[in-house]
Ligand binder design. Structure first.
Ligand SMILES: NC(=O)c1ccc[n+]([C@@H]2O[C@H](COP(=O)([O-])OP(=O)(O)OC[C@H]3O[C@@H](n4cnc5c(N)ncnc54)[C@H](OP(=O)(O)O)[C@@H]3O)[C@@H](O)[C@H]2O)c1
Length: 307
């Protein structure tokens, strides 16, 4: 089978497509024939070696975490899935393995895909929608009637966060470049600010929760828009701390299949759209990585497994 691997840390150009022996299923594992995988900025951080302290890897390392496909084989202690099942799941970042024609995943990481969900839509969910959920409802404790500011609302995490926040009955303020304002409004944002044209901190106020997907100067200015007892949930700055009565927390995503199931239920109930940007073949997966590295993906960038 083909797999996109690295033998040293670096850039997308260091990733090479190699021929490997397909995996076999351990006791509590499922071998999934890959149909689609999604690209997350996490994959680029793993590729660059930026996360060695948190998610150590050894070489050669197969890139990719989020995948969807068809169960090919199950380990002897697996009863929940059988060959032929359509599933979505997530590889542990240290293990990697999603940008390949097959992967062996722990059974606990998998969920079934409903009939009306494509593999591309399913693969888009685990990290991006799961992190949006955790930031809003786990770390952020967002409830009806609160005001939330979501940065990078047209991106992977942001496009899910806007929809989930709106559904809970929050007032959603979002940042995006002007080309994405129509999309972000359609997803449910009440107000959208073009971060290229306007300083959001001069316009927005009385925010209960900021979802920070940018860090740096965006994070610093975000403190100015909070209510005194508001909160910042940062997905990028692990050094964030409370300031006065305002809370500041880092969001550290851990995959939880029960949360992913709830997200899938929202899709089935037609309450959640999955915004897909470009779909690249596995043979051209480097281009998918480069697209995400450019920082302007609209929803999710997908890698489609080649046959
Ligand atoms: N801590 C965790 O567990 C965790 C989990 C998930 C994600 N993350 C991190 O969260 C960040 C976002 O992830 P993602 O998957 O959403 O990334 P993404 O999909 O690559 O984000 C792309 C989006 O960012 C927008 N953008 C770029 N610069 C912007 C700015 N200055 N202000 C507002 N929007 C801007 C772009 O919109 P325009 O094209 O309109 O400019 C684009 O739609 C990444 O750093 C990722 O690693 C962390």
């Amino acid at each position: 089978m083909k797999a996109l691997r690295i033998h040293k840390f670096g850039h997308p150009s260091h990733a090479v497509l190699e021929e490997l022996i397909p995996p076999t299923a351990g006791l509590d594992q499922v071998v999934v024939r890959m149909e689609a995988a999604s690209v997350n900025p996490l994959d680029l951080k793993m590729l660059a070696g930026d996360l060695q302290l948190v998610f150590p890897v050894s070489f050669p390392y197969t890139l990719g975490t989020d995948f969807a496909g068809v169960v090919e084989a199950v380990g002897t202690s697996v009863v929940k899935f059988r060959p032929g099942d359509r599933v979505v799941g997530r590889c542990e970042p240290s293990a990697g393995g999603a940008f390949a024609q097959a992967t062996a995943a722990p059974v606990t990481s998998l969920c079934r895909i409903p009939a009306d969900m494509s593999f591309e839509q399913a693969a888009a969910l685990p990290t991006a929608a799961g992190s949006a959920w955790l930031a809003l409802f786990g770390v952020g404790q967002l409830v009806r009637g609160q005001r939330v500011l979501i940065h990078a609302a047209a991106g992977g995490v942001g496009s899910f966060a806007v929809q989930l926040a709106k559904q809970v009955g929050a007032h959603v303020v979002a940042t995006a470049s002007s080309k994405n304002h129509g999309l972000v409004k359609e997803l449910g944002a009440d107000e959208v600010i073009d971060y290229r044209q306007e300083d959001f901190s001069a316009r927005v106020k009385d925010i209960d929760l900021v979802i920070d997907t940018m860090g740096g100067d965006t994070l610093q200015r975000s403190w100015q828009v909070l209510k005194p007892d508001g909160a910042v949930a940062s997905l990028v700055d692990h050094t964030v701390e409370p300031r006065g009565n305002a809370k500041g927390s880092f969001v550290f995503f851990k995959h939880d299949a029960t949360v992913l199931e709830r997200i899938i239920q929202r899709f089935e109930a037609r309450q959640l759209q999955v915004i897909l940007d470009t779909i690249h073949p596995l043979d051209d997966a480097r281009a998918a990585l480069e697209q995400v590295a450019n920082g302007h993906a609209r929803g999710k960038v997908i890698v489609r497994a080649a046959r």
